[in-house]
Structure formats: structure tokens, C-alpha cells
Design a protein. Structure first.
Length: 281
């Protein structure tokens, strides 16, 4: 009897320790109720920026560094900031972003987000709609708006209580401004990085100046479409007010793989800028 009692006491102690430590909850139910107003899950949709492409110094996605759902040890993503406030979200982060995706792909990603049952969805898209082989190949502002409207309609119908955060598009003209005077950057860009904006980066010819201006104006039109679509969505959609577009990225914030995508530090900047503009700051 005495041995049985000792065993029971030891087992009870181990259970108590396990409950206090929380362990690794994995993808199953969270460790407790969600605090009022905070989501219990997050899903990211978008393009290569959101999957943190090239942020690990190789030309591949590196989602652990993502500004939205990243789980690196830097503790800066939306997911990590929410987890600090609400441990129940642990293990409930999904990144559906795809390198090269344009606005036309967001409807399918939105359907996948609905299937994930997300309570918070982040959206950043548009760079690939502007970064085409030529200006003529860019997505029209009207098509872009229609595609974003469809994306948000799917989210609203499928996740009627979810919060949606829409980020503006990084200023690719700003990238040209800071990069075209750097020989290393120019050498990388000449391999075909965002040719509509970054082709012939050192040229001051009138045609090249006009081409860059046309891309800059199209990105501005895309941002206006994102803002208007989010406003139409209703009170559960938050646009960043152009915060990402206004941020003046420097070469040091970019991956040396292509000097286009944010490096790990650039992802941290994106996280900070978007978090401050989002619903849970």
C-alpha cells in the first residue's frame, strides 16, 4: 500500500508539472479559452513576400521568417505577438502564400483559408501584378480590384466573424531609387528581377523614366483598390492605410539573393509596420 501511495504521489506531481509547463500543444486544441477579442488562429495569404522568400539567403521560401505567421526565435510576427497575448493560438498558424502569386490567385487561397477555419487572415499581394516583363503585361487596376473584391467576398461568406488585415504594397520605385546606384544590386537586377521597374536600372533615358513612372502609378492604383475593397468589406477588414508602401526600405533590408525581397531584418520591419496598423496592436 505504501509503494502504491508513493507512485500515485509521483504521478500527480508529474501531471502538475506538465500542466504548468504547457508543453508543445501542436495543432490540436489550445491550452485554454481565447481571451475576448483575440483570434485563436491565423492564416496568411499572398505571395513570396509573405512566405519570406530568400530571407534565409537561398532562393526559396523561408516561412519561419514571415512577417505574418513566422515562428523564428526573433518573436516579431503577428502570430508570435498574438501568442504572447493568447497562448491558445499556439500551433494554429497557417501560411498559404505562394511565390509568384498575383491577385488572380487570391480567390483560391481565400477558399483554402476558409477551409482552415481562420479567425484572423492577413493579405499582402500586388508586387507580382506590377513586376511583369513589360508595362503592358501588368495587371490592370480594374482587374486587380475585381480580383481583390472576389477574394474578400469569399472570406466574408466563408469566415463571417474572422478579422481580415490587408497590407499595402511595398514601394518598388523606392527600391529602384536606393538600388540603382549600387553596382552589386544592379548586377543582380540585370538577371531579370522585376523587369517592368528594374530593367536598365542605371538608364536615364526618357523611355526608361516613363516606364518606371508607369509602374509606380500602377502600384499606387493597386493600393487604392486594396483600400476601397477593404472599406467595402466592412468593419472586420483593416487596411494598413498605406503604411507598408510608405516605409522607405534600404538596401540593407533586402535579401542579397535578389535585392528585392526583404531579408530577415526586412521581414521584422514589415511585421512591426503592419502590426502597428493592424487590429490587435
Amino acid at each position: 500500500m505504501r509503494r502504491t501511495s508513493v507512485i500515485l504521489v509521483v504521478l500527480a506531481s508529474l501531471v502538475a508539472i506538465a500542466c504548468q509547463s504547457g508543453g508543445n500543444p501542436g495543432p490540436g486544441p489550445g491550452p485554454g479559452p481565447t481571451p475576448k477579442g483575440l483570434p485563436g488562429s491565423i492564416t496568411a495569404i499572398g505571395d513570396s513576400i509573405t512566405v519570406a522568400f530568400a530571407s534565409c539567403l537561398i532562393p526559396q521560401p523561408c516561412p519561419r521568417n514571415s512577417w505574418s505567421t513566422g515562428d523564428s526565435d526573433r518573436d516579431y510576427s503577428h502570430y508570435q505577438r498574438l501568442r504572447a497575448k493568447n497562448p491558445a493560438i499556439a500551433g494554429h498558424a497557417v501560411n498559404l502564400a505562394v511565390p509568384g502569386a498575383r491577385a488572380s490567385a487570391m480567390a483560391d487561397q481565400a477558399r483554402a483559408a476558409v477551409r482552415s477555419g481562420a479567425e484572423y487572415v492577413t493579405l499582402l499581394v500586388g508586387a507580382n501584378d506590377a513586376c511583369r516583363p513589360t508595362v503592358a503585361d501588368m495587371t490592370s487596376a480594374a482587374d486587380f480590384r475585381a480580383q481583390i473584391d472576389e477574394t474578400l467576398r469569399i472570406l466574408k461568406e466563408g469566415l463571417p466573424t474572422a478579422r481580415v488585415f490587408v497590407a499595402s504594397i511595398p514601394d518598388v520605385y523606392r527600391l529602384w531609387e536606393v538600388g540603382h546606384v549600387n553596382d552589386t544590386v544592379v548586377r543582380i537586377w540585370n538577371h531579370g528581377v522585376c523587369p517592368s521597374m528594374l530593367a536598365n536600372p542605371t538608364s536615364d533615358a526618357a523611355a526608361d523614366r516613363k516606364r518606371r513612372a508607369d509602374v509606380r502609378d500602377r502600384v499606387t492604383a493597386f493600393d487604392s483598390a486594396l483600400s476601397a475593397a477593404c472599406l467595402k468589406y466592412g468593419r472586420l477588414c483593416d487596411y494598413d492605410g498605406g503604411a507598408v508602401h510608405r516605409y522607405r526600405f534600404e538596401v540593407k533590408d533586402l535579401s542579397p539573393v535578389d535585392f528585392f525581397h526583404p531579408n530577415a531584418g526586412g521581414q521584422q520591419i514589415l511585421a512591426e509596420v503592419t502590426w502597428k496598423a493592424g487590429p490587435y496592436a
